[in-house]
Design a protein around this ligand. Structure first.
Ligand code: AHR
Length: 314
């Protein structure tokens, strides 16, 4: 007791407040399937370091069961808060209830969770995936005057990024009877799968001469698609248009090279807002909007080079 008193007195003397950042936060991340995901992980790690927060990072390798194990381990270690970037939407309620029983606040980042009790997490910090799909489709229908045969590379099945983007895109092209998705398959948000799945699709479509565009749910699959299109003897971005989401540096470079036509930006800088929420919670705020929306720009040949310069990318 005497020691605790001494520590508190010392803390007060050197000006450490009760909400200081000497806390431990567990982060259950999806994996490292894309350049976007890597930037997102880096954003959380860098922000934790900057604020003096001890971060326990877990890479689930795209498997929800690994994430659930990680969250249980964070609870057992009595961390001060938990960040979850969920692989898929369903299956979260039981482990979130365990965190709530242990009085550990949870912040959801990026993809969503489908739960009936929304008091199980403080807030979700994420973009609007449906709007991303709408923006990609609007660009494409305008560019092609509503006439286009599309091959779709879907993200991870059951992830809200794939579900939302698909919904927004499909609802937008539904207004154009001559715009249709002729084949659609998951490539799990990875470059290797994007290439492999597109190769198979192009073969099934007689080499791809009647295909007007690829709709890739992320840049990583779009970058894989570029390779498949080239190997099929066609020019990506010209013979076959490519629309995508994320706006990672490599995709902006591909836009400048004329090989991707458009990428809808998804900001990976989620670390700052996530720790701000935890800080506010520890400072006494208990009610948060359930969705803190992140916005983003749309990049095409008109603005990609300027954005690369702004990012300091050569
Ligand atoms: O959940 C967001 C998506 O996941 C990103 O668009 C993609 O690159 C990532 O793997």
């Amino acid at each position: 007791m005497k020691d605790l008193f001494k520590t508190l007195t010392l803390a007060a003397a050197i000006g450490i407040s009760a909400t200081a950042n000497a806390i431990t936060v567990g982060f259950a991340q999806v994996g490292s399937e894309s350049g976007w995901r890597t930037s997102f992980s880096e954003s959380v790690k860098a922000e934790a370091e900057k604020r003096g927060i001890t971060l326990k990072f877990s890479d689930a390798q795209q498997k929800q069961e690994n994430q659930i194990k990680a969250v249980r381990s964070f609870i057992a270690q009595r961390v001060d808060a938990i960040l979850i970037a969920p692989v898929v939407e369903t299956g979260w309620q039981p482990v979130l209830m365990e965190a709530k029983r242990a009085r550990i606040p949870v912040v959801i980042l990026d993809r969503n969770v489908s739960v009936t009790d929304h008091s199980l997490y403080l807030t979700r910090i994420a973009p609007d995936f449906e709007v991303e799909g709408q923006r990609a489709a609007s660009w494409l229908t305008e560019k092609t005057q509503g006439k286009c045969n599309i091959l779709e590379l879907q993200g991870t099945v059951g992830s809200s990024a794939a579900l939302g983007r698909m919904k927004g895109f499909n609802e937008t092209i539904a207004k154009f009877p001559e715009t249709k998705i002729v084949r659609s398959q998951t490539a799990e948000f990875t470059r290797a799968k994007g290439k492999e799945v597109l190769e198979t699709m192009l073969k099934a479509e007689g080499g791809g001469k009647n295909i007007c565009a690829i709709w890739a749910h992320n840049d990583e699959m779009a970058l894989g698609a570029i390779q498949a299109i080239k190997e099929a003897g066609l020019k990506p971005g010209k013979d076959i248009l490519i629309v995508s989401v994320d706006a990672v540096d490599d995709a902006l470079k591909a836009i400048v090279a004329g090989e991707i036509n458009v990428s809808v930006e998804l900001s990976p800088h989620l670390g700052g807002p996530a720790f701000d929420v935890i800080n506010e919670y520890r400072g006494g705020k208990k009610e948060f909007d359930k969705w803190i929306r992140m916005g983003g720009a749309v990049y095409t040949a008109d603005n990609a080079a300027a954005e690369l310069t702004k990012r300091g990318v050569k």
